[in-house]
Design a protein around this ligand. Structure first.
Ligand code: NAD
Length: 479
């Protein structure tokens, strides 16, 4: 495979430092291409290209025309669906059907924001007599987007789709571990008619290209998805220039199962919410809180389901692929060795198939039981296929456990009691609440984001468009 380059001003270019980074296939741990190791100078070039586009052709485009470009991009993504899915599967290790779902979501993001571009209205406001006051939603200008490796296509699509629809020009720094589809989609965007410079992609390491983007004085807004520690750094760098940030930082999302729940419906969702993408999902349902009276029978059924899970290379298209990297695999192993050391019992685990290359970064899905609420496995994001189960005694106890981490991204509540559904939806501290279903990463139309250490600001849905605009108030005194 040809070496990947930056995409700046609709042209491919090497890093100013001339250096490259190996791209590893997580399924076999082997390098298969290289990408440009971006520098501060590359970021600066991309920001300047974006500024020219914003002050030129893209800034002058009307909202309907921006929507048309995004719609053509959605069509091109659909036309290249299989190519993109295969590339994403190879780059991230995820099973092909997950990568196909991601490619479909990417097309849907562009379709959704294409339709929304010319529906972003201001308001007229009552004020003193003799005045007319109205608001206009204007783009920030040049927006920076730092994208993680777990869902490169989806996270790129949701962030850049909304930013472009609102009229911004974008500079994207995808993750060094997985960024090939982002580069390909940027190329498709140019083919769709996006003016040169409206969308630029600079690859490279976070502490180099990522930090250069976060602190660049020419950036007017930063959207970051990744770890809480890096999110804090990005927010601090942006604060030096008084630049607003949207942070999406992951979670320790609970699924709460009451004794009256429809367990037939709940069981497959409890499993898939943690197994999807090998647990490397910010909104993974990584804790299951179970009413004490059904704790043992439900654990038995979960155990049987975990026991049947199979892990293998992306092309084998099993329940789970490998983890993204040796570093991520070590992180998951560290959590599991802490569990073992502290006597947290393993209830069941799946199996890595014998044909999986030994050099791949595999981890069998693991169900842990009776995890003490104070243990790090009940409080910290593992970002691997590890589900922590714990019992609760009543509704108050369930809420206390659910809210007992610094995070608050997504929660699932399983009960047939309508009043309890509404009570819990309000009491659980979380950006999204699903009742009798769970949407790990799903829902292009649904505003998504967290509270506390899960971050702030909202991606997805119409709400994201507000985040990518600045509200201007115009007051006219006419007598
Ligand atoms: P990370 O937060 O370090 O990386 C996310 C993105 O930020 C990447 O593009 C990276 O290059 C960039 N980055 C890293 N350091 C930067 C810096 N100093 N300035 C600017 N940008 C920087 O995540 P990681 O190291 O790849 O993974 C570590 C942990 O983060 C994971 O184990 C997981 O818990 C969490 N994570 C969460 C999400 C999520 O969707 N919430 C996604 C990826 C990782």
């Amino acid at each position: 495979m040809e070496e990947a380059k930056h995409f700046i001003g609709s042209e491919w270019s090497s890093s100013s430092g001339g250096e490259t980074i190996e791209v590893i296939d997580p399924s076999d741990g082997q390098p298969f291409t290289r990408l440009a190791r971006g520098t501060a100078a590359d970021i600066d070039r991309a920001v300047q290209a974006a500024r020219r586009a914003y002050e030129g052709a893209w800034g002058a485009a009307n909202a309907a025309d921006r929507g048309r470009v995004l719609y053509r991009l959605s069509m091109l993504v659909t036309a290249c669906h299989e190519e993109l899915a295969k590339l994403e599967a190879r780059d991230t290790g995820k099973p092909l059907r997950q990568a196909r779902a991601d490619a479909s979501a990417l097309a849907r993001y562009f379709e959704f924001y294409a339709g929304a571009a010319d529906k972003l209205h201001g308001e007229t406001l009552p004020y003193q007599s003799g005045y007319t006051v109205f608001t206009i939603r204007e783009p920030h200008g040049v927006t920076g987007h730092i994208v993680p490796w777990n869902y490169p296509m989806q996270i790129f699509g949701r962030s850049v789709g909304a930013a472009l629809a609102a009229g911004n020009a974008c500079v994207v720094k995808p993750a060094e571990d997985a960024c090939l589809t982002v580069l390909r989609v940027a190329e498709l965007a140019a083919e769709a008619g996006l003016p040169a410079g409206a969308l630029n992609v600079v690859t490279g390491y976070g502490h180099e290209a990522g930090a250069a983007l976060a602190r660049h004085p020419g950036i007017n807004h930063i959207s970051f998805t990744g770890s809480p520690a890096t999110g804090r750094l990005v927010a601090q760098m942006a604060a030096d220039n008084h630049v607003p940030v949207t942070l999406e930082l992951g979670g320790k999302s609970p699924q709460i199962v009451f004794a009256d729940a429809d367990l037939e419906a709940a069981l497959p969702v409890l499993v898939s919410a943690i197994v999807q993408n090998a647990g490397q999902t910010c909104s993974a349902g990584s804790r299951v809180l179970i009413a004490r009276e059904i704790y043992e029978p439900l654990l038995d059924r979960l155990g049987t389901a975990f026991h049947a899970l199979r892990v293998g290379p992306s092309v084998a298209d099993l329940d789970c692929g490998p983890l993204i990297s040796a570093k991520q695999q070590q992180r998951v192993w560290d959590f599991l060795s802490d569990a073992q050391h502290d006597g947290v019992a393993m209830a069941a685990h799946g199996e890595v198939i014998a044909e999986a290359p030994e050099t791949g970064f595999y981890q069998a899905p693991t169900l842990l039981r009776d995890v003490p609420p104070t243990h790090r496995l009940a409080r910290e994001e593992v970002f691997g296929p590890v589900l922590a189960a714990m019992p609760f005694s009543d509704e108050d106890d369930a809420v206390a456990l659910a809210n007992g981490t610094p995070y608050g991204l997504v929660a699932g509540i399983w009960t047939r009691d309508g009043a309890r559904q509404l009570r819990l939806a309000r009491r659980v501290r979380s950006g999204q609440v699903f009742i009798n279903n769970y949407g790990a990463g799903g829902g292009v139309e649904l505003p998504f984001g967290g509270v506390g250490h899960s971050g702030h600001g909202r991606e997805k849905g119409f709400e994201a468009l507000y985040g990518f605009t600045v509200l201007k108030t115009v007051a006219i005194r006419h007598g």
